[in-house]
Design a protein around this ligand. Structure first.
Ligand code: HEM
Ligand code: HEM
Length: 319
């Protein structure tokens, strides 16, 4: 997919600060919603409210927020708020943005949030089967990444600057690497979710961690060494490196608190809740930064096949 834009003068597109701020606000809310969702799972509160779409038989009454109910119903309330914000996003995007692809993304975001709500409901109705809960976890992070991408596409830098192009003539270019990185994090998210919800052995997540770490290191180090002058690429790659280290440490913490020390615990311990929730949250940030790196690589870099035979134009980078 190409993300080239005509200059604002020819396309009629102008930066809309209020809309941009709104997209950032939505991303922050979705991040908090992911934390709230992870708290439901880590506190074993998935069935604390047994019915859906009602909560204890009512669409609007707030049940006593005690025990697991405060996590499960609290999560539903934040989800409703995010759903409402996403309706505003979809409509506002149609009014504020003249790029057809971005308008479609606005509707797509709305479709994702509806699908996510239905998956959340299904997981309750079907008594938390691992594949539905894992699907819910994966869609949550995809939706979060989408809101972040929408805020990048709405940013002043994206709208008002014409990107300088760099040729990437390495055998495996950064565009391709960034897609590998995305795929690796998705597989890892699936394996982590499948273990967390009781569908798969932990060993697959550990093997996946090795593979994902290798691919993420390769991608981010290549980005930082070959294109340090492209600020958005450098920023995304540095963030990926930092988040990766943090994620590995938290993963080890989650392993110790859940599997080693927590296996005989009668109820979830605070240390287990903190490490597992943080591991889910940093996983979401990691996925979002892999998306960011991909779109920036597609914006600023030309792949080998696109490079002209004689190159008076773009800069050539091989390292
Ligand atoms: C925008 C909407 C939503 C988002 C982004 C979202 C996000 C999440 C996340 C990230 C988790 C944690 C998954 C994990 O730790 O593996 C979760 C868990 C959960 N969510 Fe949602 N959620 C949304 C809407 C809903 C709705 C409407 C319901 C309705 C019942 C719901 C019910 C649940 C349940 C029951 C769990 C716990 C699953 C388990 O423990 O197996 N979610 N959610
Ligand atoms: C690139 C590295 C890694 C990534 C991207 C990653 C990502 C994830 C994600 C997203 C989840 C939760 C999925 C969900 O929302 O349901 C998860 C679960 C988990 N991960 Fe990782 N992980 C990584 C490395 C590790 C490592 C190295 C360990 C252990 C040494 C580990 C231990 C765990 C554990 C124990 C869980 C389940 C937590 C629970 O049961 O509540 N992870 N991982």
């Amino acid at each position: 997919m190409e993300f080239h834009l005509k200059s604002p003068h020819t396309s009629g597109l102008t930066y809309n600060p209020a809309y941009h701020r709104f997209t950032i606000f939505l991303s922050v809310c979705v991040f908090l919603l992911i934390v709230a969702g992870a708290l439901v799972t880590s506190n074993d509160a998935g069935l604390a409210v047994p019915d859906w779409p009602t909560s204890f038989g009512s669409f609007y009454k707030i049940p006593p927020m005690v025990g697991g109910v405060k996590y499960e119903h609290g999560h539903r309330m934040i989800a409703q708020f995010v759903g409402f914000l996403t309706i505003i996003l979809a409509i506002w995007t149609q009014r504020s943005d003249c790029r057809p692809a971005i308008r479609k993304l606005g509707w797509f975001a709305l479709a994702l949030v509806i699908a996510q709500g239905i998956l959340g409901g299904l997981t309750v109705k079907m008594l938390l089967p691992w594949y539905v809960s894992t699907g819910h976890a994966m869609l949550a992070q995809t939706f979060f990444s989408l809101t972040i991408l929408m805020s990048i596409f709405a940013s002043r830098r994206w709208i008002e600057t014409e990107p300088q192009h760099f040729q990437d003539i390495a055998p495996v270019g950064l565009r391709t690497l960034s897609l590998f990185a995305l795929a690796a994090v998705y597989v890892q998210l699936f394996l982590g979710g499948a273990f967390r919800h009781g569908g798969m052995h932990f060993i697959y997540h550990i093997i996946g961690a090795g593979v994902a770490t290798a691919i993420l290191l390769w991608t981010s180090i290549r980005a930082l060494t070959a294109f340090p002058q492209v600020r958005p690429i450098r920023a995304a790659a540095s963030a990926i490196l930092g988040l990766l280290v943090l994620q590995l440490v938290l993963g080890f913490g989650a392993y110790l608190t859940r599997i080693e020390w927590g296996k005989d615990a009668a109820q979830p311990r605070m240390s287990m809740v903190l490490t597992t929730v943080a591991h889910v949250a940093i996983g979401a940030l990691l996925l979002a930064h892999c998306f960011m790196l991909s779109v920036q690589a597609y914006r600023y870099l030309s792949s080998r096949s696109l490079a002209p035979a004689v190159a008076p134009g773009p800069k050539v980078v091989t390292a």
